[in-house]
Write a protein that binds this ligand. Structure first.
Ligand code: NAI
Length: 300
């Protein structure tokens, strides 16, 4: 694989005023992409806003000789999503790469969580993913090219105490990416998910003392790889951070079946539960149809 460059490519990075998004934006620009630096500029809980965060990153890119434009819209509304993509189209004529990265936190144990806390997080992460990706996907389809990266989290993929809103939103993005991977396949649009780990304002102090190297650059390396023209991967999930790169997947084991039985009771399930749970042999279906195909193999 030759060195990854994005000359002639246009990348939108949401939430690029801080943390991971900023690191991605700087690297994309360094490698030749024209970058839309989107950031609402608010606090970690999503309150407030301002132009400074995005402007600062755009200045940094320009000072290094790169090309970038700022956008201050929120990903969390349909109008915001349209406006972010319009910024790319108006300034650079196309959208080739979209990194859905913007995020907020409203942590609370589930029993104590308010509907407002749930909505705020679902709006930014999950609906935000929809609102920005929808116009971007249409623009990509027109040009028959696209690379989409969604930013999920181990909190969703594996679960984390106090993050029901966040975990649900993040896992929702996995479902969205999986469908877009299929719908984009004929148009050379690839869609993948990362679950990052890095020290940013969002995780400040959380991983202290563990001895991990938590630079955002480790995460950016994977994002930049997935966004490359040479990268044919799609419909995948990667856990990335602290120098570790690992594929995460949703698989199904061989399981137990008895397609000949007239009926199957809870007692039959109980009798076979070890086989139903046995992970020694499994598949990683690339679509719902492939998973149904696995069940059909057992039809006599
Ligand atoms: P961060 O707080 O440094 O950056 C998030 C950026 O998103 C901020 O600049 C913020 O202003 C922006 N933002 C928030 N709401 C927005 C909205 N409605 N519209 C536009 N921009 C908005 O946090 P960090 O750590 O860089 O997070 C980036 C992404 O990575 C988030 O989606 C986060 O959930 C995810 N993530 C981060 C992890 C980590 O270890 N840092 C772990 C797992 C996931």
């Amino acid at each position: 694989m030759s060195e990854i460059q994005y000359d002639g490519r246009v990348a939108i990075i949401t939430g690029a005023g801080n943390g991971l998004g900023k690191c991605h934006a700087l690297e994309f620009a360094k490698r030749g992409a024209k970058v839309v630096v989107n950031d609402l500029g608010g606090a970690m809980d999503g309150s407030g806003g301002g132009a400074a965060a995005a402007d600062q990153v755009v200045d940094e890119i320009k000072q290094a000789g790169g090309i970038a434009v700022a956008n201050y819209d929120s990903v969390a509304t349909p109008e915001g999503g349209e406006a972010i993509v319009k910024t790319a189209l108006d300034n650079f004529g196309q959208v080739d790469i979209l990194v859905n990265n913007a995020g907020i936190l409203r942590d609370r144990s589930f029993a104590k969580m308010s509907v407002a806390e749930a909505d705020a997080v679902l709006d930014v992460h999950l609906k935000g993913g929809f609102y920005v990706t929808l116009p971007a996907f249409r623009a990509m389809k027109e040009k028959q090219y696209g690379r989409i990266i969604f930013t999920a989290s181990a909190a969703g993929v594996f679960g984390n105490f106090g993050q029901a809103n966040y975990g649900a939103a993040k896992m929702g993005l996995v479902g969205l990416s999986n469908v877009l991977a299929q719908e984009g396949a004929k148009c050379n649009i690839k869609s993948n998910v990362i679950a990052p780990i890095a020290e940013t304002r969002m995780t400040e102090g959380v991983m202290d003392g563990l001895g991990l190297k938590l630079d955002s650059e480790y995460v950016t390396a994977m994002v930049c790889y997935l966004a490359a023209e040479q990268c044919e991967l799609t419909h995948e999930i990667y856990s990335v951070g602290a120098g570790r790169y690992a594929r995460v997947f949703v698989g199904a084991n061989v399981g137990w079946n008895d397609s000949q039985a007239e009926s199957i009771s809870a007692d039959d399930v109980a009798a076979h539960i070890e086989q139903i749970r046995d992970l020694s042999d499994y598949t990683v279906p690339g679509s719902a149809a492939e998973e149904i195909g696995e069940a059909m193999k057992n039809l006599k």
